[in-house]
Design a protein around this ligand. Structure first.
Ligand code: LCS
Length: 402
């Protein structure tokens, strides 16, 4: 019987994907090898034909990578997973696996900038049509789906606006059209949201973020629900070549052991900070799924096991004030990426979402003054103290944001 079958999610984080290995190590050994010896010519030929199980070449499969893939598949309650070299490798592999000329994709407007750019600049040049929608509104998605829609692609909460999409309803609309629902679950991690249970067909993560959690790896993953889809994705990934390497897979597998407790602290800290920001006189608005003022608070409460660690806000005084704060924080670090143990702050309009262009950003609700905070697991008072001293130093002229 599987050791991880009927155990709590917290325990799965520690034990999923861990097997018995030669010499008895309690963690998977790192098979840092590009290729694997065949016993003889027939063995090699049989492996290539798929008539025997085993490893051939690390782009096509590696035991350390497979251990991590099995772990994430278990955490997402999926069938199998495919480790990728980055989140963008996972996303591009998914589009290549599922789309061909003549197909149509519906995508939420608020997605990571390069996802938007990939669809707009590369996917659309292959004869694939793309429609961007505000995924907060189920009716917008329903209206955008056409007979040739093959994929509905949702990031929820969206980067960086933290808009929340109702996955259960969207899955119903998607399946009525015989399309597949692909969900980028990076902002929540499987500790806080499990899209396959809500009807999604494919789940993607940038594992660079919460899954690894320590800002020392760039990696991605695709989780699928059935063997046929898995085989098709595996073939596509082998051909495109964006596979994860064994050492990064080992680091991610190590990172997820603490996923549950990290996410709990991210959520607790972010809730306190979001509430503090919301009542601060120099703050124009705050967006956080754990605040009752979030327009999709009720959907979030139903769909999430916690509000997450990401907050966006805008200062009275707009971009200038935001820039000043980013320049004078000391404890919070000014850097892109998110989901690590350390608190990071960044400005999407000039950084992560620059390539989208001003018009698309405005349509997606990414205002020029929006500041994004990835709340770490430090003591919350240290984060607040730093934000406080930064906010104290900005001058807010009421007319500045009018
Ligand atoms: N999906 C989401 C939601 C992301 O936030 C990112 C990266 C990706 C996919 C791509 O993953 P990568 O290839 O970088 O592993 N987001 C970043 C961000 O907001 N700041 O820097 C990277």
């Amino acid at each position: 019987m599987s050791k991880t079958k009927n155990i709590h999610f917290d325990s799965k984080c520690v034990h999923a994907g861990i097997d018995d290995y030669e010499f008895g190590p309690v963690v998977p050994p790192i098979y840092q090898t590009s290729t694997f010896k065949f016993e003889n010519a027939k063995h090699g030929a049989d492996l290539f034909k798929g008539e025997r199980e085993g490893y051939i070449y690390s782009r096509m499969g590696n035991p350390t990578v497979e251990a991590m893939e099995n772990a994430i598949a278990k955490l997402e309650d999926g069938h199998k997973a495919l480790g990728c070299a980055s989140g963008m490798a996972a996303i591009s592999t998914t589009f290549f696996a599922l789309l061909k000329a003549g197909d149509h994709v519906v995508c939420s407007k608020a997605v990571y900038g390069p996802t938007n750019t990939l669809l707009n600049n590369i996917v659309s040049q292959l004869g694939i049509e793309v429609t961007f929608v505000d995924a907060s509104y189920n009716d917008e998605i329903k209206a955008a789906i056409k007979p040739n829609t093959k994929v509905v692609y949702i990031e929820t909460p969206g980067n960086p606006t933290l808009c929340v999409a109702d996955l259960e309803t969207i899955a119903k609309y998607t399946h009525l059209a015989n399309a597949l629902l692909v969900v980028d679950n990076t902002f929540m991690s499987p500790a806080l949201q499990q899209p396959l249970k809500l009807g999604a067909d494919v789940v993607i993560h940038s594992m660079t973020k919460f899954l690894n959690g320590h800002a020392d790896v760039v990696a991605g993953i695709i989780v699928v629900n059935d063997e046929n889809t898995y085989k098709h994705f595996r073939k596509t990934l082998n051909q495109l070549g964006g596979t994860i390497d064994p050492f990064n897979a080992f680091l991610v597998h190590r990172g997820i052991k603490t996923l549950s407790i990290r996410m709990q602290r991210h959520c607790e800290n972010a809730q306190v900070i979001a509430e503090w920001l919301e009542q601060h006189p120099k703050i124009e608005w705050v967006k956080f799924p754990g605040l009752e003022s979030h327009p999709r608070y009720e959907i979030g409460k139903r769909q999430h096991y916690g509000p997450g660690g990401m907050i966006t806000f805008e200062l009275k005084g707009g971009f200038d004030a935001g820039e000043t704060v980013m320049n004078i924080v000391k404890f919070c670090q000014l850097a892109v990426s998110l989901g690590g143990v350390e608190t990071l702050v960044q400005h999407p309009a000039s950084m992560t979402h620059l390539t989208m262009g001003k018009e698309m950003r405005a349509e997606a609700g990414i205002t020029e003054g929006l500041v994004r905070l990835s709340v770490g697991i430090e003591n919350v008072n240290d984060i607040i103290k730093d934000l406080e001293q930064a906010l104290e130093q900005i001058e807010v002229k009421e007319e500045a944001h009018v």
